[in-house]
Design a protein around this ligand. Sequence first.
Ligand SMILES: [Zn+2]
Length: 291
Amino acid sequence: MREGSRRASAGVELLVMDDDAPHRAALAVSQADALLIGAGAGMGVDSGLPDFRGDRGFWRAYPPYEKLGLNFIDLANPRWFRTDPALAWGFYGHRLMLYRATEPHDGFRILLDWSRRMQHGAFVFTSNVDGHFQKAGFDPGRIVEVHGSFATAQCLENCGAPLHSGDQVEVSIDESTMRAHEPLPACPQCGGLARPNILMFGDWEWDDARTAEQTRRLENWLAGVTDSRLVIVECGAGTAVPSVRSFCERLARDTGGTLIRLNIREPEGPAGQIGMAVGALAGLQAIAERL
Ligand SMILES: [Zn+2]
């Protein structure tokens, strides 16, 4: 067993940050010829985005919701688009405008540099809906946005219109109430209310066509790198909504690839993999310095 790790339960080690981890991670990156990047909410935090962790943190960012007694999970629910569209678009519109106004941090550039060194380049698997990998210059054809994105919107009335671009969506919000002003975003085909193409909690109406197409492209890419040395760099993906974390662990297990987990609160992972208890940006910089 490596120094700096201890056995927690059968087959699982709790890895703690040790001096050796960034070196081992740099070695894995330098020896790889395909890069899978997993990203969760912690990736955006380093760009200055709120992570909505815990009700207190959420309400500090958005005081009007504390008065209404609504937390993040209450609000991220499609029912508001039917019962109170101005509240729904206040919540999502504010995030949309914030993501547009925010620049991706330097960790994105580091990952892009690594992807250019790899024979098979990189593929991104993210639960973030902010479009920041595209904004940072990653190939849009090599990104899976597993929870959707603000880049597209869908008709709430299911009129049959395909997903439409969200790039033109503009929302004006009264920040004292967090309610959106009319006119609210509309479906270009029927004129009914539109909603972001983002997977919400208890969401049975999310149109997964775009994410399904992205996933097919990822599967094709993975089929082409089966004989390659794959490195998986997972940034800020926690256990609360484990889509990205589970995917990265499974991929490492199934392909024999090396998993590098950068997670300030939950760095533990499968035995033999690399966990660093750092934020995404600091972890990527630490590895880059050793390359
Ligand atoms: Zn429509």
